[in-house]
Design a protein around this ligand. Structure first.
Ligand code: PHE
Length: 359
């Protein structure tokens, strides 16, 4: 009796193709080509055959075995890629969802505001420059065209440290303007920097803190004029306050280190005590600016006949309070977690050009 090998092959391949999981396929494999499987059983018939038929039959059974094994391999590949697809679908992660549980920590409004300022000026081609909190008198005052006995020295309520052996008294910088001096002394124009950092004045009430933050800006090149100053600061004010038609006013002023000088006001309304930034009938002063005084350029070893530029400075707490409606300056330094939870920023809210300054 010989078995119909064609129909055996067809049956085994059908059982392989019917396997709907990797486990079912393994069961079909064992039943077909496993030790005690159908193909093994056929091989056992070999011994009972007449010698002249054995070779042919053996080769045919082997062909069946190979065909079944090929079908198993093909089915395995299909099931595996299906299993991967199913796993990918089941484990799909929506990366646009907010982090859960929401992170506990908060970015302090001062840090957030500095990040926003750096982002805006960074896109205009400014880079960040730094200087130490402890300065010498020359960089904080003299080089900035504030000589001895100048009233600005008294107005700034300077913290002086004990004099060194040569009689020089270090000062806690009263503004970030000494970073202008450091930059002009160390770098060749064109210069485009902003310098955020801590500043100190001996003053303490609801609108003054002995330590506060400023950001300085400085541009020095060969053909810089007041139009550049205005364009740059108007753009900054509108972007920072996120009011595209925000009125910006340049009001004549005086600083020893700039000539001409201008204080910059933005439009606002104050209806029944509530301050709103935008076109209105009132103005808010937010920064000081001007064309760098030729004497300052000269003090830094640059030729004022060749180079000119503009500078500006503003209080970071002040513009943070205005934008985020923070009523009391002193609360910035209270380290009150409830305050930080309320006014702070989620760490993932990184100010950026694409996502907006903040969410
Ligand atoms: N340094 C000035 C201040 O502290 C601000 C300022 C900087 C003004 C640069 C003009 C130019 O008040």
């Amino acid at each position: 009796m010989t078995t119909d090998l064609d129909s055996v092959r067809a049956e085994l391949i059908a059982s392989v193709d019917a396997a709907d999981s990797l486990d079912a396929l393994e069961a079909a494999r064992v039943a077909a080509v496993g030790k005690k499987g159908s193909v093994g059983a056929l091989m056992k018939q070999l011994g009972a055959l007449p010698a002249e038929e054995r070779k042919d039959f053996g080769q045919s059974v082997n062909a069946v075995k190979q065909a079944v094994e090929a079908a198993i391999a093909a089915r395995k590949e299909t099931l595996e890629s299906g299993a991967l697809d199913a796993r990918l679908a089941a484990e799909r992660v929506d990366v646009t969802l907010p982090v859960r549980p929401e992170s506990e920590g908060r970015i302090h409004p001062i840090s957030q505001t500095i990040d926003e300022i750096v982002q805006i000026f960074g896109e205009m081609g400014f880079r960040v420059a730094e200087g130490p909190d402890l300065e010498n008198d020359w960089r904080n005052f003299t080089a900035l065209n504030i000589p001895e006995e100048h009233p600005a020295r008294q107005e700034m309520d300077t913290f002086y440290l004990r004099a060194d052996a040569e009689g020089n008294r270090p000062v806690l910088r009263t503004h970030t303007s000494p970073v202008q001096i450091r930059t002009m002394m160390n770098e060749a124009p064109p210069i485009r920097i902003i310098a955020p950092g801590r500043t100190y004045r001996s003053d303490h009430d609801a609108t003054h803190s002995p330590m506060f933050h400023q950001v300085e800006g400085l541009v020095i090149d060969e053909a810089i004029h007041m139009g550049h100053l205005k364009g740059c600061l108007i753009e900054f004010c509108r972007t920072y306050f996120e009011v595209h038609d925000l009125p910006v006013r340049f009001r004549n002023s005086h600083f020893p280190f700039t000539e001409p000088s201008a204080e910059v006001d933005i439009g606002c309304t104050r209806d029944s005590g509530e301050l709103k930034i935008g076109a209105g009938d009132d103005w808010l002063e937010i920064l000081g600016s001007g064309m760098v005084h030729p004497k300052v350029i000269e003090n830094c070893g640059l030729d004022p006949a060749k180079y000119q530029g503009f500078a500006f400075g503003m209080g970071i707490e002040r513009i943070a309070m205005l934008k985020y409606g923070i009523p009391d300056l002193r609360t910035f330094y209270d380290s009150d977690l409830r305050w930080l939870k309320h006014y702070g920023f989620v760490p993932q809210d990184i100010p950026g050009a694409l996502g907006g300054l903040h969410r």
